[in-house]
Write a protein that binds this ligand. Structure first.
Ligand code: SIN
Length: 518
């Protein structure tokens, strides 16, 4: 394979955002779609909840808009939220055209609810919504001759000239060679950065790659202080990153202390269906005050058959750890789940770097504000993947491709110190969990900043000295993203939504985004 490849469009990431963007592009465009791991190994695949959209006669657009704005503590952009809400029913249709069959009841969508929603509006495929979306989108993508799939190819950095993006340097993980993927238009769809925390619901791929690459290419990165902690991940020594969907609480599951007492009434009138920031903080507070390792989520009042029909994945997973959820409560803890900030984009998913688009969790469209409402992520992802592709389809594609030098590896050597990479990776995730978590303070944030700066220097030195590898690329992206999160958190001198700082416990009257730029 040559070191230079040319395509009309390069899409980095094969989650729902990347696959849907590729599917909506014109058949006469050549498209490269790269996955840094196996094709289905991203957060989208693990999404349990569903896709929010106004589909019920009793619901309406204004209610979905108001719920999104208020869950996001009024930091979201109403114009963008309206755009997403009005296009979300079409997004459901596009998914159905790709083969997704949403759960039905009496010939209608079975709509569930989650925190912050004042109506039932979450369309889902039992508790495997992401899996079904991913399998069907990938099947459709495979049928298109113009789309070329590259599995185990990880982007290193964007190729830029004169404030324009022209593709990316990409490491082929099989040949260990860096290749130039030169493209007229580039779409980043690499997902979020929750792997920067020690405990997360996300797979190993969520290392903030797209955010870090875009930052190095001078894109605006917005509102990165708002990491969403999902209130309920399974607490078990052998359960890595397993989510217990908020839809259980939507169907009446209760949060309890180890002695069986409910506690959400102490924190919010909406009890278990308060927005996620409130529920996660309530659990964190009960655990810290009482020294508990976890709290419990109880759905045992439902019949076994009902549980198996609605939550088969969760039921089976818990059973594999000896927990019968129809008989006993599930041990749960909060964990990092979703990056609400990201690369600043407009209604066409364009970043401030020409010919560079960002879609899905990696993007900051303005929908989520200070706290994403449950199941708005898949709606946002599909709606903006479509507008992104529509905008790209209208661009000219006749211009010659620019030249870029090949990757120069002549000044680096093979590392015999790989332990450094795993050690630094672990340090970052512990610092973020302990000092930049659910509850923050000025002292903790400044301590984190000092330690991360030291790690950044070590990573930079290592990167300059040794041959590039997938782990090193991810470590470099992780430290960059962690630094941006801390810088954003320090610059927000108020508490709002997911960002809670005990030194600024009040919410300011002035509503503004945090923008970080290199
Ligand atoms: C869940 O099922 O609880 C996750 C859904 C989401 O994060 O929107």
């Amino acid at each position: 394979m040559s070191a230079q490849q040319h395509f009309d469009v390069l899409i980095i990431g094969t989650g729902s955002a990347g696959l849907m963007s590729a599917l909506q592009l014109s058949n006469d465009l050549s498209v490269a779609l790269i996955a840094k791991d196996k094709l289905l190994e991203g957060s989208s695949y693990y999404a349990q909840g569903g896709v929010s959209a106004v589909l019920d006669i009793a619901d309406n657009f204004q209610s979905h808009i108001s719920d999104t704005l208020s869950t996001g503590c009024h930091l979201g952009d109403e114009k963008v939220i309206r755009f997403m809400v009005e296009h979300a029913p079409d997004a459901i249709q596009s998914l159905e055209q790709a083969g997704v069959i949403f759960t039905q009841e009496k010939d209608r969508y079975h709509l569930t609810t989650e925190g912050g929603h004042s109506n039932r509006r979450v369309a889902h495929v039992a508790d495997k919504t992401g899996q079904s979306i991913q399998m069907n989108l990938l099947k459709s993508v495979r049928k298109k001759d113009n789309i070329h799939l590259f599995e185990n190819f990880i982007a290193v950095d964007l190729l830029t000239k004169n404030n324009q993006c022209h593709g990316a340097y990409v490491l082929n993980k099989s040949s260990h060679k860096v290749e130039n993927f030169i493209a007229h238009q580039t779409v980043i769809a690499t997902g979020g950065a929750s792997k920067s925390y020690l405990y997360t619901s996300n797979p190993d791929t969520s290392t903030g790659d797209g955010i870090a690459m875009a930052y190095r290419a001078q894109c605006n990165i917005v509102n990165m202080e708002f990491t969403q902690f999902h209130p309920t991940c399974l607490y078990h020594p052998h359960a890595k990153s397993f989510l217990i969907s908020e839809a259980l609480r939507g169907e009446g599951a209760k949060l309890t202390l180890p002695n069986g007492d409910a506690f959400m009434h102490k924190y919010d009138d909406r009890l278990e269906l308060a927005p996620r920031d409130i529920v996660a903080r309530a659990i964190d507070s009960e655990m810290k005050e009482n020294g508990f390792d976890c709290v419990y989520l109880d759905i045992s009042f439902k019949e076994r058959a009902w549980i198996q029909a609605h939550f088969p994945t969760i039921d089976d997973k818990c059973a594999s750890f000896g927990i019968d959820i129809s008989q006993q409560p599930i041990p749960v803890v909060p964990a990092a789940h979703y990056t609400c900030g990201g690369i600043q984009t407009d209604l066409n998913a364009r970043s401030n770097l020409n010919n560079l688009y960002a879609v899905g969790e990696v993007a900051h469209t303005g929908v989520h504000g200070a706290n994403r409402m449950a199941s708005n992520s898949l709606s946002e992802c599909i709606v903006f993947a479509k507008t992104c592709a529509q905008h790209i389809n209208q661009q000219p594609f006749k211009q010659p491709y620019p030249d870029f030098d090949n990757w120069d590896a002549s000044k680096v050597s093979l590392s015999k110190e790989k332990v450094m990479v795993s050690h630094l990776w672990d340090d970052i995730r512990r610092i973020m969990w302990n000092f930049v978590g659910i509850v923050r303070s000025n002292k903790r944030l400044h301590t984190a900043q000092m330690r991360l700066t030291q790690i950044q220097n070590e990573v930079d030195e290592y990167y300059r000295s040794y041959l590039i590898s997938s782990d090193l690329i991810e470590l470099r992206n992780l430290i960059t993203t962690a630094q941006i999160i801390v810088k954003s958190a320090i610059s927000r001198t108020e508490s709002r939504g997911l960002h809670y700082n005990i030194d600024y416990p009040n919410t300011s009257d002035i509503i503004k985004n945090t923008t970080i730029k290199l």
